[in-house]
Design a protein around this ligand. Sequence first.
Ligand code: NAP
Length: 307
Amino acid sequence: MDVLVAGGTGFIGTALCEHLAERGHDVTAMARSPEPSSLPAGVEGVAGDVTDPESVEAAVAGQDAVYNLVALSPLFQTPSGLSHEAIHLGGTENLLAAAESAGVDRFCQLSGLGAAPDAPTEHLRVKHRAEVAVEAAPLETVIVRPSVVFGENSEFLSFVDATTTAYVTPLPAGGRMRFQPIWIGDLAPMLADCVDGPHAGETYELGGPERLTLADVTRLFYASRDQSVQIVPIPLALSELGLTLAGPVPFVPFGPEQAKALSVDNTVDRNAIDAFGVEASDLRSLADYLGVDTPAARDSLRPDADG
Ligand SMILES: NC(=O)c1ccc[n+]([C@@H]2O[C@H](COP(=O)([O-])OP(=O)(O)OC[C@H]3O[C@@H](n4cnc5c(N)ncnc54)[C@H](OP(=O)(O)O)[C@@H]3O)[C@@H](O)[C@H]2O)c1
């Protein structure tokens, strides 16, 4: 099949393109200015901006399937001049319109857990509106909502690194919000299945093998550096205020939306990994990835471990 991966140069997109190419598909990665030398072997690049319908139409022409992985991160400040509405909703609508007129067979949309009309962040409310547009399109569609994804160059671990410190670190509400981190090496093959497997019309929530609080993730992260960390809880309202004040400061990656993103759990109601023949025991844990899957590190995850 000819497959276009919009956002194919990103963290998830690069891994997905690699899997699709290994399976024998003719894969093209679309981004605003893809660098050929950074694409996986056998993957072509095409320049396209989801806010520019003409460039999208040109990239989608002749494709059998399209993935939409174009993203503005919910964790870092939105760059000026861009908006979640323009990228996540307008971009999805442009890709859907191009896919429909090009006669594309299947469209796969990467969404996020918690996408809903009343979600606490603009990012998740717009992601919901994009899902509604996908569901209404006269195409075979698949929507995938992963929890946070970890792996080499993952934004999730960069975020923990950028926002915490070793030994003593303050976390909103003691970092009790929960994640279900999934390894990119587990997620990418499931995403690759979406293009030709029996998944049309489905919406899948996908998570890793365990639920970890932000405090757990922070402890594992520093354990992997042979450092301990004591979590100091700060009230959510106070951290929202602090992040709100930090919002307009250039180069400070926090803002009120980021504080809100950390106020809600990021776990699946029902893990749909079984739709891909995968069981929880097949999935890689974050502790294993970080090389700290030891009894001592596991003990440190007990909520009372901070004394
Ligand atoms: N990573 C996670 O933990 C996670 C968790 C849940 C859901 N998701 C979802 O999974 C999808 C992919 O996430 P990711 O982490 O792989 O994102 P990412 O690493 O930030 O990649 C984003 C991709 O979108 C491209 N892009 C950005 N703006 C564009 C535009 N205007 N036109 C065309 N391409 C554009 C980027 O390339 P250029 O900037 O070079 O154009 C890049 O290829 C997103 O929908 C995200 O919401 C991710």
